[in-house]
Design a protein around this ligand. Sequence first.
Ligand code: KG4
Ligand code: ZN
Length: 336
Amino acid sequence: MKILSIESSCDETAAAVVENGRKVLSSVVASQVEEHKLYGGVVPEIASRRHAEAISGVVSQTLENADTSLDDIDAIAVTYAPGLIGALLVGVNFAKGLALAKNIPLIPTHHLRSHIASNYIAHPDLKPPFLCLVVSGGHSHIILVEDYTKMKIIGRTRDDAAGEAFDKAARTMGMPYPGGIALDKIAENGNPDAFVLPFPKVSGSPYDFSFSGLKTAVINLIHNASQKGDKLPVEDLSASFRKAVVNCLTTNLMKAADDTQSNTIVIAGGVSANSLLRNSLQKLCDEKNIRLYMPPKELCGDNAAMVGSQGYYEFLAGNTAGQNLNAYATKSIEEG
Ligand code: KG4
Ligand code: ZN
């Protein structure tokens, strides 16, 4: 089965053709990041307009790269939640038009479920059940993935998402948007023990995260130093902050793995590209004989190949929609 998939939830307009959920025939990503950089973050109004301009060309290019035409496509999968509402609506309406014109099924696909599915593309042997850490710009969840379309959240952030904390700390240090990537690179040259940062715990919820205190601690360090006319070493501060965030993520995840007796861990989302997170988890999982699956770096960020993969499993589960499909800024991954 060939699925044409579309993604427009944030600042990437993307399309892909994916066969039977696992084989990517083509994948095109048009990023708006350079434009949003000027404003230090994603401007929703600009994002919607750029999606509207780009989507037709991105889809045509995707079909051409796959050496196929709409006549050979069996279904359309589209990200319908969560994300920026105006941005999502561009993809959803375009997908509806294609499904209507070709009289083929329309498959609404949850963005975070798709992030998890990026691992199905990279790892042909991976199948649920497994324990999953989804860490993106908007979400930080520990999830029991019981089946391709059945998930249970057991841990979540109480305030900022991990990516958001990285971006805000990086911005205070003067790095360009999206700061998480820049901070990760700069941290490689710093001393992770130079600054002692708190380990925020959420009482009574051992798998939940809280990152806003960590972010504020870094911002205060910078402001206090600048009031005295000092400038803190950005490399050391980045390395210490990265270590603190990764420590929270890995500690809660490994506790969840212990408690649920999981022997397979999967990570997904933009922050799963973080080098320290990948290296630390690999070591921890090796020690405990746990299989660890990570998406290759090019599939960590937003793309439509992952939508085509998850869309296939949603289709098998009977999750299709009619022409009254709407987009939603928020929706739990459990609802799908
Ligand atoms: O999943 P994603 O591409 O978009 C959302 O669905 O939110 O995640 C984007 C987030 C941004 O906050 C970005 O700074 C962060 O992922 N990110 C990273 C790294 N690469 C991307 N954070 C830390 N280290 C990285 N290497
Ligand atoms: Zn994403």
